[in-house]
Design a protein around this ligand. Structure first.
Ligand code: OOG
Ligand code: MG
Length: 262
């Protein structure tokens, strides 16, 4: 760690205020070029601590930048991990107030709900499949707090990986007999397909993203608890949305999920 506790607390407050007040900030590595990975995750953890102190609750975890499309779009090359709280959750077909966000984008996600706990290191796709209860389709709304949605990996980790809202579909599908790699994914905006992919876009198999999360937590002595809901990462590039836009995600065999920006 290169940052002291006071700087971590100040950066967490800066980023959380940017989220709550929906305004951009310059990426924090500009003023803190010596920030390391542990500093970045410590800032992310401090934002969560602030929310928990205010009564928010963790309702899930996420992996991000797990597909080549996303890595290419954002100009980075490593997956990142973050948390989801109750205030991010939007019901299926529900509305999202665009003015509460800065420059939101939507992305299609294959969502896992775990039956048993998963602890790294050494977790692999087989461990994840054995520990999975069911999968669901999900739309994640990401909203980087950084100017023009531009960042480096440490800045985006500190910003809880741009998390802002998520919508889960209402169908839970057990994975026995499903090949998650070949599930077709179609994201529609205002009735037109705008992003198309398949499960294998996520690290070759979306369960690999869950294994990577378990291994990341394992290195810190933590685990994925039983029952955890996890977004495995955008399958395609993320798509910008404006007020009035309707978004519908169809994932083969998993059903649909939708939301509307007002
Ligand atoms: C970082 C968050 C990425 C995903 O699924 O790849 C993410 C970003 O692109 O702003 O949630
Ligand atoms: Mg995502």
């Amino acid at each position: 760690m290169n940052l002291n506790q006071q700087t971590i607390a100040e950066l967490a407050e800066l980023l959380e205020n940017a989220e709550l007040q929906a305004h951009e900030v310059v990426k924090i590595t500009d003023a803190h070029p010596d920030m390391d990975w542990d500093d970045a995750y410590a800032i992310q953890a401090e934002i969560l601590r602030r929310k928990l102190a205010r009564g928010n609750r963790v309702v899930g975890l996420k992996a991000g930048l797990t597909s080549r499309s996303k890595m290419k779009q954002m100009g980075v090359d490593t997956p990142v991990f973050g948390w989801l709280v109750d205030t991010f959750s939007v019901p299926d077909t529900g509305e999202i107030r665009h003015s509460e966000l800065i420059h939101p984008k939507v992305e299609p996600e294959i969502v896992f709900v775990m039956k048993t706990a998963l602890k790294g290191p050494g977790c692999h796709v087989g461990d994840v499949l054995a520990a999975t209860d069911f999968v669901m389709p999900g739309i994640e709304i990401i909203d980087s707090r950084y100017k023009d949605f531009k960042f480096d990996l440490k800045s985006v980790i500190a910003d809880n990986c741009s998390s802002s809202r998520f919508v889960l579909g209402s169908q839970a599908t057990p994975i026995a007999g499903l090949d998650l790699r070949t599930l077709g994914v179609v994201l529609e905006k205002n009735g037109e397909p705008v992003a198309i992919g398949a499960g294998a876009a996520v690290l070759g198999h979306p369960a690999a993203a869950i294994a990577a999360l378990a291994n990341h937590l394992g290195a810190r002595g933590e685990e994925i608890p039983a029952g955890t809901m996890i977004l495995s990462g955008g399958v395609t590039e993320a798509i910008a949305v404006k007020p009035g836009d309707s978004v519908l995600l169809r994932i083969h065999a998993l059903g649909t999920v939708s939301t509307r920006f007002v």
